[in-house]
Design a protein around this ligand. Structure first.
Ligand code: ATP
Length: 590
């Protein structure tokens, strides 16, 4: 398949902001794609080569791309650099430079998707000494044979700037339209994705085996299941009402979510973002190996920092010290952990995701040899608000964040990849007068003055707009940071500094420093207000106004377990705003 076909599709997709049009264009592309490379094309449309959980990144920095471009176009790096400064888009700059290239293109080969994919794959897997030169040679080879338009998309792909905004759900829609037909097919395809997190595998099965194949699609050990998420409520009465009077309340541990996969003596741990985090937690890997009697299993647990001498739980923050490549052995000693398992999704050949929660829990208890370091989450069946409240206080007293209340009904299945009412979280902050905590992405910063010279004085924070795939500013936050936080943040953010605003960031404010959206912080605010200067949910309540969070304060929690796309959405801020109006008796305008 010619890469030009993909490049043409990208051009058209880029030109539209309407999801339906985008889906139709994607359908067209998928229909043109030969069956044997459908998975590759699906990954490429998302700027990837493999599903995220495999952790393969192309890792081409802007600098390296400029070098390769310089060599392929014959233009000096300096000129390219200043062009880039003007356009702000490395893809467009590449296209322009190659358009100016002297006519030496007669002998060039036509680029195929297969060749582009294989070359990018080699590039991604090159490491060690001399890697930079090899990567550059590979990229330069592609650019030499590429048309200017193709070069634009290749460069955007390798530098992680594809930004077509094709969400996972859009790919699923397109697959259903192109090969499935009908709503039932769409649901089955989505389920396949939710239990494997692998759009490419889903696409190949749909194309090769049709809907019958998708019906047979199975949970597989070492392919992460997309996590089930909880709704939230602020009062025990409301929670029990949702569960028609009865639920299981479980301690909500304040740690990091871990999905453990075990098979043939091998254990892999996935984070909430479905990244492989086994190397950070070799002690957790050993616990799963030793204490889980099942030969094959997929379990979920909260990994909590512990004081082993007193048996007390330590705050989530301590786990930050485990996010490192070197010195893991020392970190294991200084920051030990325990695992509190809360679900079993697959055990010895059996997919449990369609079983009820009480059944899953029973299986979970059967396969664990309990110890101080590993046990099932403490839980209790509650039938009255008083019981729930008392258990909540007990959970808090033991160092938990609150409770996870779970349905015990027959249909209390594991809803992979979705947030629903089968689980409801109940946390301390919802009880206060303040609004809920939110998880916001750092997109910019303002220099500090006085005591804060040399660090950032305030951060520009954004919500995620999951329809547009953009980050919209919602507040400027300078409180709640200790001196240690300020120093740490400065260091953490260094590698994300970019020379200009990221194209996915929507901001009217001009920050002193811009960052690529990467770091997520938990923020507690006093209220949500209409704002002429912030971009969150712009125009959705009133024309010309966005929403802002007033009096934001950093809670001390770095949400390193969240990707920027897992941050609080602009839609959620709209809901908070409406809830707030309801509370004070105003009618929300729409
Ligand atoms: P999201 O709801 O998007 O996950 P969040 O991470 O901010 O957002 P939390 O308020 O932290 O949500 O609540 C959900 C998390 O609680 C789970 O992802 C899991 O890591 C953790 N958790 C702790 N104890 C339990 C438990 N007993 N059952 C389920 N989840 C638990």
């Amino acid at each position: 398949m010619d890469y030009a076909i993909i490049a043409d599709s990208y051009e058209k997709i880029e030109a539209t902001t309407k999801r339906l049009e985008m889906t139709a264009l994607l359908v067209e592309l998928l229909k043109k794609t030969p069956k044997d490379i459908i998975a590759k094309v699906v990954y490429l449309t998302q700027g990837k080569l493999y599903p995220d959980f495999m952790g393969v990144e192309m890792g081409v920095a802007e600098k390296l791309a400029i070098k390769a471009l310089s060599r392929a176009s014959g233009q000096s790096e300096g000129v390219i650099q200043s062009e880039l400064q003007k356009s702000g888009d490395i893809g467009e700059t590449s296209q322009k430079q190659l358009e100016k290239r002297k006519q030496s293109t007669f002998f060039n080969k036509t680029l195929t998707v297969e060749r582009v994919y294989e070359t990018l794959d080699k590039l991604a897997k090159t490491s060690g000494s001399g890697a930079v030169d090899t990567k550059m040679a590979l990229l330069c080879g592609l650019l030499t044979d590429a048309s200017p338009k193709e070069a634009k998309w290749i460069i955007r792909t390798v530098t992680g700037n594809l930004r077509l905004g094709i969400a996972d759900m859009t790919v699923l829609d397109a697959l259903a339209i192109a090969y499935g037909g009908g709503k039932e097919a769409r649901e089955l395809i989505e389920r396949a994705y939710n239990i494997s997190s692998d759009l490419g595998r889903v696409a190949s099965v749909v194309v090769e085996k049709g809907i019958e194949g998708i019906k047979e699609y199975k949970v597989m050990v070492f392919e992460p299941i997309r996590p089930m998420l909880a709704e939230r409520l602020g009062a025990p009465e409301e929670i029990l009402e949702k569960f028609t009077g009865k639920c299981v309340a479980e301690y909500k541990y304040d740690g990091e979510r871990v999905q453990a996969h075990k098979k043939e003596g091998k254990v892999v741990l996935f984070s909430r973002r479905l990244e492989n985090i086994s190397d950070q937690y070799p002690d957790a890997v050993d616990l799963i190996k030793e204490k889980i009697s099942a030969k094959e299993a997929i379990l979920e647990a909260e990994c909590v920092a512990m004081d082993l001498e007193t048996g007390d739980m330590r705050p989530f923050q301590e786990l930050m010290h485990r996010r490192r490549k070197y010195g893991v052995e020392a970190a294991i000693k200084d920051y030990p952990i325990s695992l509190f398992t809360f679900d079993a999704l697959y055990v010895d050949g059996k997919d449990l995701t369609q079983e009820s929660f009480p059944q899953r829990r029973k299986t979970l208890e059967k396969i664990i040899q309990q110890s101080d370091r590993m046990k099932p989450a403490t839980q209790k069946l509650v039938t009255s608000p008083k019981e729930l409240e008392d258990f909540f206080e007990q959970a808090i007293a033991e160092g938990c964040e609150g409770l996870m209340c779970k349905s015990v009904a027959k249909d209390s299945v594991y809803q992979a990849g979705s947030r629903g009412w089968l689980w409801i979280k109940y946390k301390r902050d919802y009880k206060s007068e303040m609004t809920d905590t939110v998880d916001l992405v750092i997109v910019g910063a303002f220099h500090g003055r006085g005591k804060r010279v040399g660090t950032y004085g305030a951060l520009l924070l954004a919500t995620y707009n999951d329809e547009k795939d953009t980050f919209e500013t919602v507040t400027k936050c300078g409180t709640g940071f200790t001196d240690k936080d300020l120093a740490q943040l400065h260091e953490m953010l260094q590698k994300h500094v970019i020379p200009r605003k990221n194209s996915r960031v929507q901001s009217m404010l001009e920050a002193d420093v811009w960052f690529e959206p990467a770091v997520v912080l938990e923020i507690l605010g006093a209220e949500v207000t209409l704002s002429p200067i912030h971009m969150a949910a712009m125009n959705s309540i009133r024309k010309g106004a966005g929403l802002a969070i007033r009096f934001p304060r950093f809670t001390g929690k770095y949400r390193t377990d969240k990707a920027p796309e897992d941050a609080t959405t602009s839609k959620e801020i709209v809901e908070m705003y409406r809830r707030q109006l309801k509370k004070i008796g105003e009618v929300p305008q729409s």
